[in-house]
Design a binder for this molecule. Structure first.
Ligand SMILES: Nc1ncnc2c1ncn2[C@@H]1O[C@H](COP(=O)(O)OP(=O)(O)O)[C@@H](O)[C@H]1O
Ligand SMILES: [Mg+2]
Length: 286
């Protein structure tokens, strides 16, 4: 069964999408894993990073996105979710990435987020509003080693659908006051939710993103994160770096991971992050 890892922070702009996409690509290239990426964020950034805007628009017009899954839970008599057509095989603009599949998101998810809490009970997908994603992807979960999930910046029903199937989750944060502010709440809420559903969801760790070495605020908060928050810190640190931001442009094509993400230590940081994750799960399996 796949190891499922959502990437969560209550704040936007902290590199959730960047971290999750890079981690997924790293797991396929350097660690030879088969990876499914699920984009749960209505902002759809990870989707357009991995398949581009044109392909996303076509899929969205046909109803082949996660918006349709959640709509079909709300209106089961009218709408159906087609997993086969929604699942995009062999995505990414890195040629060396061969084993990455995507379940794309949609901007239309924004409109239905609130309705999901009022889901009618008793229909196929709708016994439990947290179970919609789990039931839908069950047929393909065995195909993958890892499932990486990019989440919206909240702990609403959509994010909980990701946590419902999670083994552990990652919290990316810029080491500044506002980005780190909600981390204790995330950890508490996830622990409560895990207890509610009777499973264990491990806080794999906090990843420092957009780190500026010469910033006092960043250095102070990094120290604070090490000592004050009840979660491990990954040794990987992502420095503030322009090439990491340009990696969001799908229209460029790259031969290798390094070419896309740049040569300023990004490869090493993603490698270290992926290695910590893989070692954790391959140790506990044995
Ligand atoms: N290490 C970095 N250095 C510079 N810019 C970055 C870095 N990581 C991410 N970015 C950029 O910061 C912005 C926010 O990142 P993103 O991954 O979209 O965050 P989130 O998903 O949390 O909203 C994007 O424009 C992204 O390209
Ligand atoms: Mg994002």
């Amino acid at each position: 069964m796949a190891i499922v890892i959502p990437v969560i922070n209550l704040k936007g702009g902290v590199a959730k999408t960047t971290t999750s996409v890079g981690l997924a690509e790293m797991l396929t290239t350097e660690f030879k894993k088969k990876v499914l990426f699920i984009d749960l964020d209505p902002q759809t950034n990870a989707t357009t990073m991995l398949i581009g805007e044109h392909r996303w628009k076509d899929l969205n017009d046909e109803g082949y996105t996660l918006a349709r899954l959640f709509e079909s839970a709300l209106w089961p008599d009218e709408l159906q979710f087609d997993l086969k057509r929604t699942l995009q095989r062999n995505v990414s603009n890195i040629l060396a990435v061969l084993n990455l599949d995507l379940i794309p998101s949609s901007l239309d998810l924004i409109n239905i987020q609130d309705d999901l809490t009022r889901i009618p009970r008793g229909k196929f997908y709708s016994n439990n509003p947290y179970d919609i994603l789990r039931k839908a992807i069950q047929p393909i979960m065995n195909e993958y080693d890892y499932i990486i999930i990019d989440c919206p910046p909240n702990l609403g029903v959509i994010t909980l659908n990701g946590l419902r199937i999670a083994n552990g989750y990652i919290i990316p944060t810029i080491p500044d006051v506002l980005s780190t502010y909600g981390i204790p709440q995330i950890i508490n809420r996830v622990n409560d939710f895990a207890w509610e559903i009777g499973s264990s969801i491990e806080t794999l760790g906090i990843v420092i993103t957009k780190f500026r070495e010469n910033s006092n605020v960043h250095n102070t908060n990094l120290t604070r994160l090490k000592s004050m928050i009840d979660a491990p810190l990954f040794s990987a640190i992502f420095k503030d770096n322009n090439q990491m931001a340009s990696a969001a442009d799908f229209t460029m094509e790259y031969a290798t991971f390094r070419q896309k993400w740049g040569y300023g230590g990004q490869f090493e940081s993603f490698y270290s992050l992926a290695k910590e994750v893989v070692e954790k799960y391959e140790r506990t399996e044995n």
